[in-house]
Design a protein around this ligand. Structure first.
Ligand SMILES: [Zn+2]
Length: 418
């Protein structure tokens, strides 16, 4: 080892220790680069010191998990609440990645996908959230990815170029002068493909009727026939309303220098915004007076036999998603009641000859949805399906759950979480 190398290593070590020391000594209420430390805690499960900050000027929230992991991760999320079936959150997710103030190229996303050292690069739209996560083990690459993503969400080219909405959302297309005018668009085509699956249509119908007074009744991805109702004005207003730091949550994970991260995010982006109190809130759906029964249809190929092609589902709204103990309990119940091979609801439905596939799911959005589903059934089985599930649940209530099944489900869940 040459002397230069020793000195270099020493300097690096000192810088690391200094930076680590500053943050180790930071206590609640302290400010650094415009961020106020709200909470600091060592979290055993992730074996790391965790810092929760609030950006004073813009109202943004930031969580850093300072794990000793080279796979540095950045993500910014916005609460995006759909106001119609037009798929505005989803179209915006695609559109902001079509160039921005500092990166005015047509598709920075494709450039990054090809030319960066990223270990993860994507964007997702959920029913009430849009997330932009990136990860890299290379420090320079990580900061570059962060720069591109922050620029995309806060300064997208959509304000200057309406063609981005047309390309990513919808537009008319005429291939020849004699052909029909059709709708085209990246998200329009994607959602047409997605909704060609009967389970997607089923899920759309379930949420529409389970949440008639809540935004969860809308498809955040976009219902194909509704997508062409989206106007440029509504699209821009959606960005203005939801893509604000006060409505965002930034997440950092890994061994990048926290000081450098906070300094960059504050200087380049958050410091240019004023806190807004127009933070998006999701209203709760009130329970119904009595159970609702809904029949809906989906298309089958021409001349095909409709027997054994019906889906029967029973759906319950059960408490809130932020009650994590409840969500875990529901997952254990699903396993013990439905998913296991010898689960009582599965067995009872099989014995009665209803459908072919029995499954259960938990969706832990703001209000949890517990679903029991049978496919390859018939419409006349609907009442029988409902009665059998009710009888089985009453029976389980009397006899108790299979202890082994419950323990097995808890063990599997613990293993997966680790
Ligand atoms: Zn998409």
């Amino acid at each position: 080892m040459t002397m230069d190398r020793v000195v270099f290593t020493f300097i690096l070590l000192v810088i690391f220790l200094l930076s680590a020391a500053v943050y180790a000594e930071l206590s609640k209420g302290d400010s650094v680069h415009g961020f106020k430390l709200v909470e600091k805690r060592f979290v055993q499960e992730v074996n790391a010191e965790c810092f929760y900050f609030e950006h004073i000027k813009s109202g943004a929230r930031l969580l850093k998990i300072a794990a000793r992991d080279a796979n540095k991760t950045f993500s910014i999320a916005f609460k995006t609440i759909p106001e119609c079936d037009c798929g505005t959150p989803h179209i915006l997710e695609h559109s902001v990645l079509n160039g921005s103030k500092h990166f005015p190229v047509k598709s920075p996303f494709d450039v990054l996908a090809k030319g960066s050292l990223n270990t993860f690069l994507n964007a997702m739209t959920g029913s009430d959230i849009t997330i932009y996560p990136v990860a890299s083990i290379n420090d320079k690459d990580y900061f570059n990815l962060m720069h591109v993503y922050l620029d995309a969400v806060f300064y997208p080219r959509i304000y200057d170029d309406p063609r981005i909405l047309q390309q990513e959302g919808w537009h008319y297309e005429l291939l020849s002068k004699d052909s029909d005018i059709v709708y085209k668009g990246v998200v329009y085509n994607e959602m047409k493909g997605a909704f060609s699956s009967p389970t997607r249509e089923l899920s759309y119908q379930v949420y529409k009727h389970l949440f008639p007074d809540s935004p969860y009744g809308f498809s955040s991805g976009g219902y194909p026939s509704a997508i062409p109702r989206l106007t440029y004005e509504d699209f821009i207003n959606f960005h203005k309303k939801y893509y604000h730091p006060s409505n965002s949550y930034i997440f950092l994970y890994g061994d990048a220098d926290l000081n450098k991260e906070l300094e960059f995010i504050d200087r380049e982006y958050l410091a240019h915004f004023e806190k807004s109190d127009a933070v998006a809130e999701l209203p709760l759906q009130k329970p119904f007076e009595k159970m609702k029964k809904v029949v809906a249809s989906y298309p089958l190929p021409k001349d095909s036999d409709a027997s054994n092609q019906t889906y029967l589902t029973l759906n319950y709204v059960v408490g809130r998603g932020d009650d994590r103990a409840l969500v875990m309990a529901l997952r254990v119940l699903r396993q013990a009641l439905i998913s296991r091979e010898s689960a009582p609801i599965r067995l009872a439905l099989q014995k009665a000859g209803i459908g072919r596939e029995v499954s259960g799911s938990i969706d832990d959005i703001k209000q949890n949805v517990f679903q029991i589903r049978v496919q390859n059934a018939n419409p006349e089985d609907a009442d029988k399906f409902y009665n059998i599930v009710q009888e089985t649940l009453r029976d389980v209530l009397k006899k108790g759950l299979d202890k082994e099944a419950v323990e097995g489900a808890i063990n599997r869940m613990e293993f997966r979480l680790r």
